[in-house]
Write a new protein. Structure first.
Length: 427
């Protein structure tokens, strides 16, 4: 009985400690239902705003890139030669080489990245309106360079903010990136329809997408990187990693082929089908092919090694370009466009994830923009050299050139990833 009374007194004291002194009754613990929990007050609302803003940023950001892919048709109608079109479209990767590293370094030091993205979007809209006046080849070259500088550089800066934020991170990034694919597909289809009516709609859509990207960029997570870090050479870290080194080589060669494709595919498809609406469907097909890859990307990353996935990507490029040369007509053209899903998106996602795991957080923006600059260098070479090949022969010969370049890229990747890094484990 004494033991029972003792335990009863202890229990009563514990019960008294849980009674609210104001209300005089026991507080009921708040049930945790997962998604209903708000541990930090307004942080849950802020997290939802950041996710919505990220979805809109990806949609309109990649949508503006989709609109710019129709610029070769505008340049051709204004009297530019195919070689001049290749040079004008090469300003996109050339802007990535010059502008993206500078803006990426600035993003590590500014106090508000969302405001920086907002002004970049407004400047892109301003230069797109100036391009509509068509002042001539040299002014158009400078205008397109400035416009592509702000459009293309905003994507890696915004996505690096998403990867470093607690509301998105690597777990939700593939789903957010899927909205970029959907936006690219929808706006590409809309641009193809409106372009058949008037060329002016091209710049109307470009103005809408750039301004929408600027507005949505204001609510992105402002993950500012701290400055108290010892400066290191991030390029040395990348080059010491055998997988990143192999993907640098592979990206350089494969983006050479994509540089030609981005510059001359609208002309090639328009010359084959003689209909801008079919061109919109073709771009829609190649964009929708990215969705299954984005859905299966976590499974593929766990199932296959980086080296195996790189070899599969390069093989997909080779098959696609040779099929484009010999079988690009009728329904077969849409099947060929489905191979796009095995190309740019997994190549860029694998590279971004590997850089995010390897490079310190204080240098992540600079390393991402450096990788994009390597891709852009290959894209410039492919666009300019491909333009010279097309000027001397035909559009079909340019895709034959792209197929042989992809074979060289696969051989270089095999040497870098399989032969010269056999002693590396876990890759």
């Amino acid at each position: 009985m004494q033991t029972f009374s003792f335990h009863r007194r202890v229990w009563f004291k514990r019960f008294q400690s849980k009674i609210s002194p104001v209300q005089g009754r026991k507080k009921r613990p708040r049930k945790d239902h997962g998604h209903h929990r708000r541990p930090y007050g307004g942080n849950a609302v802020r997290s939802k705003k950041e996710i919505i803003a990220s979805l809109l940023f990806e949609t309109f950001g990649y949508g503006s890139i989709a609109v710019t892919s129709y610029l070769p048709i505008y340049f051709e109608r204004t009297g530019a030669s195919r070689f001049e079109i290749g040079i004008l479209m090469a300003t996109s990767p050339f802007a990535m080489i010059i502008s993206a590293p500078l803006l990426g370094r600035a993003a590590d030091s500014v106090s508000s990245r969302p405001r920086m993205l907002f002004f970049m979007g407004l400047l892109a809209a301003l230069f797109s309106c100036t391009l509509y006046t068509n002042p001539g080849f040299v002014p158009n070259l400078l205008i397109t360079f400035a416009m592509f500088s702000f459009i293309m550089s905003s994507i890696p800066i915004g996505e690096s903010m998403m990867l470093k934020s607690s509301s998105i991170g690597e777990n939700r990034f593939s789903n957010v990136r899927m909205m970029g694919t959907i936006g690219y597909a929808a706006i590409s289809l809309l641009t193809g329809y409106l372009l058949a009516r008037s060329i002016s709609f091209l710049f109307v859509l470009l103005l809408i997408t750039t301004i929408s990207t600027a507005i949505s960029g204001l609510n992105l997570p402002n993950a500012r990187i701290e400055e108290n870090v010892i400066e290191k050479s991030f390029m040395r870290i990348i080059l010491k990693n055998p997988i990143l080194r192999a993907f640098l080589i592979l990206s350089f060669f494969l983006m050479m082929t994509m540089g030609y494709h981005f510059s001359f595919f609208p002309l090639y498809a328009n010359h084959v089908f003689q209909d801008e609406r079919i061109l919109g469907y073709l771009i829609l097909t190649q964009t929708l092919a990215e969705i299954p890859v984005l859905l299966l990307f976590p499974f593929l990353r766990k199932r296959f090694s980086m080296r195996t996935l790189g070899a599969i990507i390069a093989s997909g490029f080779i098959i696609r370009w040779f099929l484009t040369v010999f079988l690009f007509a009728g329904p077969a053209a849409f099947f060929i466009q489905l191979l796009h899903g095995l190309g740019v998106v997994p190549l860029s996602l694998l590279s971004m994830m590997e850089i995010n795991r390897t490079i310190p957080a204080q240098m992540i923006s600079r390393s991402q923009t450096f990788y994009w600059s390597v891709q852009s260098t290959g894209q410039i070479i492919g666009s300019v050299v491909g333009g010279a090949v097309v000027q001397a022969s035909s559009l079909k010969t340019g895709y034959l050139f792209a197929g042989f370049v992809s074979i060289i890229g696969l051989m270089a990747f095999i040497l870098a990833a399989f032969v010269f890094s056999r002693n590396v484990k876990g890759v």
